[in-house]
Design a binder for this molecule. Structure first.
Ligand SMILES: Cc1cc2nc3c(=O)[nH]c(=O)nc-3n(C[C@H](O)[C@H](O)[C@H](O)COP(=O)(O)OP(=O)(O)OC[C@H]3O[C@@H](n4cnc5c(N)ncnc54)[C@H](O)[C@@H]3O)c2cc1C
Length: 389
């Protein structure tokens, strides 16, 4: 819609085709129904991509402030929740209505629900001046001819609301490389053996710093029936690779050695001591797993050996646990990977080798962190293509 309305403002004749019955379902369900529509602190560093610089140009030309201006023009009330994340005060439906309204003013036509069956390309004739390339789309309803084709089919996450692989299939059809795809911003699962005890504390959340591959996120982690979720886990899931451990610092604000030293002569038990810093239900399970590893029974602090306390302090700051997988596309917020950015102009999103073909939004190998960055990429890349398409 962002691309369509911008192209429409330039008096281009625009037809927006979608196979879904309901418009922009991802916006509607986002941010718990309030749509985290941008992040004030958007920078290229908030995105994962085979080319980390690719997103810079589009983000610079349509910034979070530009989207905020649009929101304010439509008198949509919003607030900052934390870390620059902006949400609607009322409903994410307001964002959909706003975009739909802008499209209507710009004269955009709609065809939905409509399945695209086939895409054909007739390239410009080099010999004959003024002939232009054309795309011939066969849909379930009709045949459409257009000089430009913008693919904005998003990623594979949440297939139940319309996600499909069409964008990647079109890329393959045109010989455009697609980087490996996998779910991102997604909960992680653990084998029953590794997670023994923890599945009983589903619902418990704690503040932690989670690291993997040299990247760390300090936010909440949440225990679920199948594993771990919560903002810090969703963020790190985009960096995690199968087989690797997560490193969890359970006391990012404290020094465990120092705490143990302070209570070295105390008769308080380890779980009771740690329950002053961490949720009690978690502490009980964690201590029983760690003490079993040390073949030590629960005892007062003054009965531990120094090397046992040193080991436990290390584990509190670097609890390593290897996920068995993710909860998959059904629950993932995004798809990592996508149309290889080396195939596209970073200024216009047009394919370097297929004139008139554009890829924008999540279908491209640009994936944001949690916190409004993915929508900002959708707006910015859509705007970039909308200026030239
Ligand atoms: C539960 C959830 C919550 C999220 N919350 C946030 C948030 O708060 N903030 C944030 O920044 N990001 C959030 N995201 C991510 C964000 O929704 C996406 O990154 C963003 O919507 C991508 O925009 P897009 O236009 O590229 O693709 P989409 O919004 O996915 O739109 C793709 C469109 O293409 C259509 N389509 C797909 N296949 C076909 C086909 N074969 N034929 C025709 N049409 C097709 C779909 O029906 C859909 O309308 C969330 C994602 C999920 C799943």
């Amino acid at each position: 819609m962002m691309c369509a309305m911008e192209a429409g403002k330039r008096r281009r004749s625009v037809l927006l085709i979608d196979h879904a019955r309901k418009l922009a379902e991802k916006i509607r369900i986002s941010g718990g129904g309030h749509c985290n529509f941008t992040n004030r602190h958007t920078k290229a560093e908030n995105f994962l991509s085979g080319n980390p610089h690719f997103c810079r140009s589009a983000l610079a030309r349509f910034t979070p402030q530009d989207f905020i201006a649009l929101i304010e023009k439509h008198r949509i009330r919003y607030h900052e929740k934390k870390l620059g994340q902006l949400f609607c005060d009322d409903s994410s439906q307001q964002i959909i209505d706003m975009l739909q309204h802008e499209c209507a003013i710009a004269g955009v036509d709609w065809q939905m629900p409509s399945q695209v069956r086939h895409v054909e390309y007739v390239s410009a004739d080099e010999e004959t001046p003024y002939t232009k390339q054309k795309f011939i789309l066969t849909t379930e309803r009709n045949t459409i001819t257009a000089g430009s084709l913008v693919i904005a089919t998003g990623g594979l996450s949440i297939p139940q609301i319309g996600a499909s692989a069409l964008g990647y299939q079109i890329a393959h059809q045109f010989g455009i490389r697609v980087t490996p795809l996998r779910p991102g911003l997604v909960g992680l699962t653990f084998s029953a053996e590794d997670f023994i005890g923890f599945k009983n504390i589903s619902g418990v959340a704690l503040d932690a710093e989670v690291s993997c591959r040299g990247t760390s996120f300090h936010e909440n982690i949440l225990f679920t029936h199948r594993g771990l979720s919560g903002p810090a886990i969703l963020q790190i899931s985009s960096y995690w690779q199968p087989g690797e451990p997560l490193h969890i610092n359970l006391l990012p604000q404290q020094n465990a050695q120092q705490i143990f030293l302070t209570y070295r002569q105390s008769t308080v038990t380890l779980p009771n001591l740690l329950a002053r810093y961490l949720p009690k239900r978690f502490v009980q399970v964690w201590c029983s797993v760690m003490l079993a590893q040390l073949s030590v029974t629960e005892k007062p602090m003054n009965h531990y050996r120094n090397n046992e306390l040193s080991h436990l302090a290390d584990k509190l700051h670097d609890w390593q646990i290897v996920p068995s997988g993710t909860v998959g596309y059904k629950k993932a917020e995004v798809t990592l990977g996508g149309v290889n950015t080396h195939e596209l102009s970073s200024k216009t999103m047009e394919c370097k080798h297929i004139r008139g073909l554009y890829f924008i939004g999540e279908v491209v190998d640009v994936t944001g962190h949690l916190g409004g960055f993915n929508f900002q990429w959708a707006w910015s890349s859509g705007y970039a293509a909308g200026q030239v398409v």
